[in-house]
Design a protein around this ligand. Sequence first.
Ligand SMILES: NC(=O)c1ccc[n+]([C@@H]2O[C@H](COP(=O)([O-])OP(=O)(O)OC[C@H]3O[C@@H](n4cnc5c(N)ncnc54)[C@H](O)[C@@H]3O)[C@@H](O)[C@H]2O)c1
Length: 423
Amino acid sequence: MSSRIAIIGAGYVGLTTGACFAHLGHDVVCADIDESKVERLSRGELPIYEPGLEQIVTDALRSGRLRFVVGAAVAAAECEFAYLCVPTPQGDDGSADLSYIEQAARQIAPVLPPNAVVVNKSTVPVGSTKVVERVLARPDVKVVSNPEFLREGSAVADFLKPDRIVIGSDDQSAAIRVASLYSSIAAPLIVTDPASAETIKYAANAFLATKISFVNAVAAICENVGADINDVVLGIGYDKRIGHDFLRPGPGWGGSCFPKDTRALVKIAEDASYDFNLLKGVIVVNDEQRERMVDKVRSAAGGSLDGVVIAAWGLTFKANTDDLRESPALAIIAALVKEGAIVRAYDPQVANDLPGVEVHSDAFAACEGAAVLVVLTEWDDFRLIDLDEVQRRMIGTEIVDTRNLLDRAAARRAGFMYRGVGR
Ligand SMILES: NC(=O)c1ccc[n+]([C@@H]2O[C@H](COP(=O)([O-])OP(=O)(O)OC[C@H]3O[C@@H](n4cnc5c(N)ncnc54)[C@H](O)[C@@H]3O)[C@@H](O)[C@H]2O)c1
């Protein structure tokens, strides 16, 4: 059955959610405050890079099931469901800043039709369902938590074929109504109370960040004992209780979610009288990992970065996205620049120069005259690149591969000194 859905916030989550709900046959109006974004989206132009999303948006626009408007109230006036997909950035004390959520709720409160359901899809701390209820001050409107687990880079597939759907509500009929929106999706459905739904989202992100910090910590040990982390993760990953996913060593986690969500969970725990030392350690390991990568580049450069030309491949926080938010690549580059390095970068999805960094339009051009090449994002484009040509462009012979992405033997054959992570 088709429902009328308003999406408030047309960012990575809102745009994917809106387009995918329209794809499932619902009638969707997607609102943003950014007029130029709305204009571009109405023409079918995506402001973000997300594989497969453009086609879904174009098809949905053509079918008339997806529209873009300026302002939350315009979208919400005739909806049965209003999905809040606005940012929840990190506040000064580490907790999630709910001001966008509250503002959106204030904007839609006067126009929501009777008995509409407001859904928190943004990642929000425990108790936020109540916060939204209070701001709305509409006893006829139920507020439900329905956290989003999509990954940038595979957002459409993650939305349409999720590992699970989580719905948190104190009102059974509101939960059933939200569940019905996903009736054509075959996935385990967890219907629970709002606090549990909200906790599930933070716990999931914190656990994933823990896996990455864990493997990075083991990689550090591997380097000191002469073991190879790639073989170690293969060996532990075959244990079904552990699994292979998210056990890739690298420059540390980043992106728009893990940094703020781990810190928010530490704060949620603190407010609930629990000292989450484990998660604090995960954050420390992540900060150290970036420093360890800078150390590797410095030692590849011969002990000092001052005046050294470094080629940097990859700027986004991971492959298959254009998202630079909290990218470890940017943090590492900033540290290199601070020590006097001249950084020339290339990323398949980044065209403009960044503060202190020249961004080139191809991977080889970024290597021109470089003493060290550092691989920072795991783009497939780099995996099988012609390393002989890279060597011809560079003046040095050092590669620091923070993603263990390149073929180590091929790099050595091309005359490089290859440094990976944990091997
Ligand atoms: N990006 C992800 O991979 C991801 C995954 C799962 C959950 N989340 C969570 O989803 C939420 C949104 O994240 P995002 O990455 O999509 O953010 P985003 O910054 O890409 O998008 C948010 C959008 O909301 C708009 N907006 C803000 N206030 C508004 C208002 N009052 N009315 C209409 N539009 C408004 C902004 O202009 C922006 O376009 C966050 O809580 C985030 O933690 C993100």
